[in-house]
Design a protein around this ligand. Structure first.
Ligand SMILES: Cc1ncc(COP(=O)(O)O)c(C=O)c1O
Length: 414
């Protein structure tokens, strides 16, 4: 099934652009018949093939035993590294598979081994778990942590970052940015940031949890040294999956804090050597079934193409934002630099949890995001919580209309 062959020639005179075949995506996504699911930034609906890959492998484990079932799928597991690498423009040897983005970031960040001369330059978009990890490192080692101020559009201000980089004073700077945060539709200027980190020769860690499978992500074009992402969000993979990337030149210099039999060989009484790939960061034990599901999801994305995917997500979000802006009592909370498929909003007189619950009663699945998930963003802006709607390729006009109708109803009664 070719899922990106539909064309849209609505722009008079312009070339017909490929668009997502939404009907085909819906046909292979059983979840669309249960709700108006607009929560891909939480956990997207998987296709039937993704679920089959997981369940089928569990059945194989039931029949053959876990090790035997895994041995039979060795080539398919290998292929996951190649697919993940293709999605972000990396080499398969630079990819490590994890059970979440947070695990990947923790293992790689710990391998970087920071000290009192370290200075973390972080974006306001930083996710709670990453922020708490960096704050802990900072408290324990004396490493400095600076939150880089945003510009008027809400995105990290590259001029402010450059000033900080230029004032390094012999400190070892590390730049940490989330491409898209958990708390808004913001898209950080990741390539501009990468141009700066290259110019100043500092390390650049990118949390692409909300952007891989959503927008085009190419590690060379961006210039990041480390990237992590998760499986269950815009990649439409199973929960409990994720992967990380470490640039080859950095990889060779990093040793994991706790080497595991998966990524190291204990070669003598007091000797061991590490895998020469990013697998040095992995653990032996993992869910092969879930990884096989992730592999299917990655291949489905590669088949559909990121440009058509991004186009559909961004257009859907823009339509939702425009619709919400026309409803009395509703405030769209996204900053000006919001070119993604995520929309955040509030309704006067009603808390985000309550609003989320009422939308769920109307069959619309969104989520509420509290400031405790992003203090440097929502906390900084003085917004206690928002409701977040996030689109995917299976969302159609009826989903958008259902969300807008439900919000209008709740806002009218608030
Ligand atoms: C921007 C961002 N980074 C990281 C994470 C953490 O991902 P995971 O739950 O896979 O560890 C999230 C989860 O919502 C997120 O939104």
């Amino acid at each position: 099934m070719d899922l990106a062959v539909e064309t849209d020639s609505s722009e008079a005179g312009g070339p017909a652009a490929a668009v997502v075949d939404v009907a085909a995506e819906r046909a292979r996504t059983v979840g669309v018949s249960y709700s108006h699911h607009l929560n891909s930034a939480g956990s997207a609906l998987p296709t039937g093939a993704v679920v089959e890959a997981v369940v089928g492998h569990l059945r194989e484990e039931e029949r053959e035993g876990g090790y035997e079932a895994s041995a039979a799928r060795r080539a398919d597991v290998e292929a996951i590294y190649a697919s993940a690498a293709r999605v972000i423009g990396a080499q398969a040897s630079e990819i490590a598979l994890f059970d979440s983005a947070t695990t990947g970031l923790r293992v790689i960040v710990d391998a970087l081994r920071f000290g009192p001369r370290t200075r973390f330059l972080v974006s306001r978009s930083t996710y709670v778990s990453h922020a708490l990890h960096l704050l802990s490192i900072s408290a324990e080692t004396g490493a400095e942590l600076v939150v880089v101020p945003p510009g008027d559009d809400g995105a990290l201000d590259p001029d402010a970052l450059e000033k900080l980089l230029a004032s390094g004073d012999g400190r070892e700077d590390v730049v940490c940015v989330a491409h898209i945060p958990t708390s808004s539709g913001l898209v950080e200027p990741v390539a501009e940031i990468g141009a700066l980190t290259r110019r100043y020769g500092v390390r650049y860690l990118l949390d692409a949890t909300q952007s891989v499978g959503h927008l085009a992500v190419d590690v060379d074009a961006i210039g990041c040294d480390v990237l992590v992402t998760t499986g269950r969000k815009f990649l439409r993979g199973p929960r409990g999956t994720g992967f990380g990337y470490v640039r080859r030149s950095l990889l060779e210099t990093l040793t994991p804090v706790a080497p595991d039999v998966r990524g190291a060989v204990w070669s003598g009484d007091r000797e061991w050597h590490l895998a020469d790939t990013a697998r040095r960061f992995e653990t032996w034990e993992s869910s092969v079934a879930l990884r096989l599901g992730l592999g299917v999801a990655l291949d489905e994305l590669l088949e559909r193409g990121i440009e058509v995917t991004a186009g559909h997500l961004v257009r859907t979000a823009a339509a939702i934002r425009a619709g919400l802006a026309g409803i009395g009592g509703v405030t769209v909370q996204d900053p000006a630099a919001c070119g993604s498929g995520i929309v955040t909003f509030t309704v006067d007189g009603i808390g985000a949890d309550d609003l989320n619950r009422r939308l769920a009663e109307a069959g619309v699945r969104v989520v509420s995001v509290p400031a405790s998930h992003g203090q440097w963003d929502l906390g900084y802006r003085g917004v206690p919580s928002v409701v977040r709607a996030s689109a995917h390729v299976y969302n159609d006009d009826a989903d958008t209309a259902a969300l807008l109708d439900a919000v209008a109803t709740v806002a009218g009664r608030a």
